[in-house]
Structure formats: structure tokens, C-alpha cells
Design a protein around this ligand. Structure first.
Ligand SMILES: *Cc1c(COP(=O)(O)O)cnc(C)c1O
Length: 380
């Protein structure tokens, strides 16, 4: 089939399945409110969980750095603020080293691609992020998936024989379900099988654990490889891999994602240093977020759509069919609340949902307005 014919067929199928993805033009976004095409909404689809994208210190940090690194970190792109950020991240999270990447997607691709060779096996939670599963399925290693957060299922996969190395892959807090992985049990099972553990804590870092050190710290687990991302609670963008000295050296020598890509802008590293400081002294922000989560869950108890067992800022309401999820999202928008519908293939078929996210920037009346709109929609 020709490229145009193939594209036309795929687009037609997507339209027919009510799966069409539409970008909307955002004309203002301050985490609490979102203006889309000129109309203002209370914003319940932001991953800026602590509201740091709006923080004066983070904005000031951004203004202190150059807008472009000018080269890869291996050429002339590695500056004092990159070095300082790496060193502070490593100290804060209890690792020898941290390496910066321009995005979480890039970091996950880099880690999985560089480690996985023929004869190895990658054993990943079925709901792991697309950046992890895509990377894993494109390596010469065998990819096996275990049932979501199910340690028995993981142990079963680990019991089969393997002549190479084993890398177990999971997340701290899952992006579409909001639940936490049982990291201690996963780490123990991985250690028994002589494997390495990779945890992507995109949604836990900054939000949970002492000083916001994330899911691993909270559960007293130290994975061999920890990926943290900065596009969520840090309110900026980018990512880091935390690891030991030998692993960091290996990545610096061989990771094509680091060698052949322009380093993170110095402005971004400088903003991230400021965000890290706010996160470390961010107990009040984390408390405000927890209060908002509690207020939402209490008020949502009687709704006809099931809440997930999530204690995190991600509070999905499972609707089921794509069309119904879209209709509910539109109904909430009419009531002034912006909540994105998430449909397959991002989530499993038949589990289309509203992915409600709460932040420290919300006020109690924002949460109450959302609850009222949901109860009204349920009554119709
Ligand atoms: C958002 C996300 C990523 C991708 O990070 P970016 O920095 O946005 O590229 C990776 N993993 C998980 C679990 C995520 O939620």
C-alpha cells in the first residue's frame, strides 16, 4: 500500500473508533485556570502538581541562563548549571551520579536501548509508559510484560530461564491510573533473580516522600536505575537518570542520545535548580495538594463512575466507552471545568476515562465546582 493510502486508511479507522485526537489552542495556562480558544476553565488536566511552572523563583532561574546550549554536552554544551544540577540531584536522591536528558521520553529510550542486548530479557509492568515499552520492543532483547503491579506475575516471569541479563521495568506512580507500584516487593523479586531494576518516577518525584524525593525514597527502595522527569512536579521539562559511577561512565561513553543531541538549554538547567530548591522546601505545597486530593475523593464517593485506588494527584474516573468519555468531558467543559478524556491506545480498550489531575494551585472552590459538575452530569 502506498504511503498516502496507508495514512488515509489509518485516519479513517481512528475517526470511526471515536479515537480522533485533537490539539486545542491554549491561550493562557496558569495551572489553576486554562484558557482554550479564548474561553476560561478551571484546569484539571495539568501535571504541574505543585504549580511550580508559575513560581517566581523558577521563572527568575530561567532568565539567568542562555536559551541554547549550542552543542551536545560532549562538545561544548556542558555548563556550570548542568554540572550543579546533576550534582544536587545525585546528593538529594542518594546516588553517586545523575545524567541529564532533554526529556523523560529520551531518557527512557536511552536507558533501555543502551542496556538491552541479545539474550537479555526485559520484564515490564503491562501499564508502563509508552516510552519504556516502545524502547523495549525495539531492542534485540526479549520483552515480557507482567500483570499490573502484580508481584506473583513478575516472579513467574522471572522464574523462566534466561542466558543473559534481566532488567525489570516499572513506574513509581502510574501515569494513567495514579496508583503506586509495590516497589519493595518488586525490588526483592528482582534481586533474587540477579536482575536490575529500572523505576520511572515521573509522577512521584517532587510529590511524595520526604522532601519530595519520590516513590522510591517513600518506600525505602533504591533501584539500580532511577529516571526522574521534570515536566511534571518540577514544572519545567527534561529528565535525569540516577545511577552509580560505572553506569554513568558507560552512558557518557556510549549513549547516542547524549552524544548526538544538543544539551538541555542552560536556562532550563538554571530553572530546574530553582525548582529543586522549591521542591526540597515544598512541604506546604505538598500538604495543599494532599488536602485537595482528599477533598476530591470524599466528594466523588457517590458518583456512578468508579474511582481508581489512587492516593496520588492523578484521579481517573473510568467511563468505559470512548464516546461516553468524550461526552462527559464536553459536559464538564460546559460547566467550566477542563478535564481531558483519555482513550485507547493510551489506556486499555473499554477503559476510556477522564484523567482528573489535582494540583497545589487549586483552591477548595475549584474542587467543589468540579464535584458539582460531575454530580449534575451523573443525574442527567
Ligand atoms: C510524562 C512521562 C514520561 C515522558 O516524560 P517527558 O519528559 O514528558 O518526555 C515518561 N514516563 C512517564 C511515566 C511519564 O508520565
Amino acid at each position: 500500500m502506498s504511503f498516502p493510502a496507508r495514512m488515509a486508511q489509518a485516519l479513517e479507522a481512528r475517526r470511526a473508533a471515536a479515537g480522533w485526537r485533537q490539539r486545542r489552542l491554549v491561550t493562557h495556562n496558569d495551572t489553576r485556570t486554562l484558557e482554550v480558544e479564548g474561553k476560561s476553565y478551571r484546569h484539571f488536566s495539568s501535571n504541574d502538581y505543585l504549580g511550580l511552572s508559575q513560581h517566581p523563583a523558577v521563572i527568575a532561574g530561567w532568565r539567568q541562563g542562555a536559551p541554547g546550549a549550542g552543542a551536545s554536552g560532549h562538545v561544548t554544551g556542558y555548563s556550570r548549571c548542568h554540572a550543579e544540577l546533576e550534582s544536587q540531584l545525585a546528593d538529594w536522591l542518594g546516588y553517586s551520579r545523575a545524567l541529564l536528558f532533554i526529556s523523560g521520553f529520551a531518557a527512557n529510550q536511552a536507558v533501555v536501548h543502551l542496556l538491552a542486548q541479545k539474550q537479555d530479557r526485559l520484564i515490564a509492568d503491562r501499564l508502563a509508559h509508552a516510552s519504556l515499552l516502545d524502547a523495549a520492543s525495539h531492542t534485540p532483547a526479549e520483552l515480557r510484560r507482567f500483570h499490573h503491579n502484580n508481584v506473583d506475575s513478575l516472579t513467574q516471569r522471572l522464574a523462566s530461564s534466561c542466558s543473559g541479563e534481566t532488567l525489570v521495568i516499572t513506574e513509581g506512580i502510574f501515569s494513567m491510573d495514579g496508583d503506586s507500584a509495590p516497589l519493595a516487593a518488586i525490588a526483592a523479586a528482582t534481586r533474587r533473580a540477579d536482575g536490575w531494576l529500572l523505576v520511572d518516577d515521573a509522577h512521584g518525584i517532587g510529590v511524595v516522600g520526604e522532601q519530595g524525593r519520590g516513590s522510591c525514597w517513600q518506600q525505602d527502595v533504591r533501584p539500580d536505575l532511577l529516571v526522574v522527569t521534570f515536566g511534571k512536579a518540577f514544572g519545567v521539562s527534561g529528565a535525569a537518570l540516577l545511577c552509580d559511577d560505572a553506569t554513568a561512565d558507560y552512558f557518557l561513553q556510549f549513549s547516542r542520545h547524549l552524544i548526538y543531541s544538543t544539551a538541555m538549554p542552560p536556562a532550563q538547567a538554571s530553572a530546574l535548580l530553582a525548582a529543586l530548591g522549591e521542591i526540597q522546601r515544598g512541604d506546604a505545597l505538598r500538604q495543599r495538594l494532599q488536602d485537595n486530593i482528599q477533598r476530591f475523593r470524599t466528594g466523588a464517593a457517590g458518583l456512578p463512575w468508579s474511582l481508581m485506588p489512587s492516593a496520588s494527584a492523578i484521579q481517573p474516573l473510568i467511563v468505559g466507552e470512548n464516546g461516553a468519555a468524550l461526552a462527559l468531558s464536553q459536559r464538564l467543559a460546559q460547566a467550566g471545568c477542563w478535564v481531558s478524556a483519555i482513550r485507547p491506545p493510551t489506556v486499555p480498550p473499554g477503559t476510556a476515562r477522564l484523567r482528573i489531575t489535582l494540583t497545589a494551585a487549586h483552591r477548595p472552590d475549584d474542587i467543589d465546582a468540579l464535584l458539582e459538575a460531575l454530580h449534575d452530569a451523573a443525574g442527567e
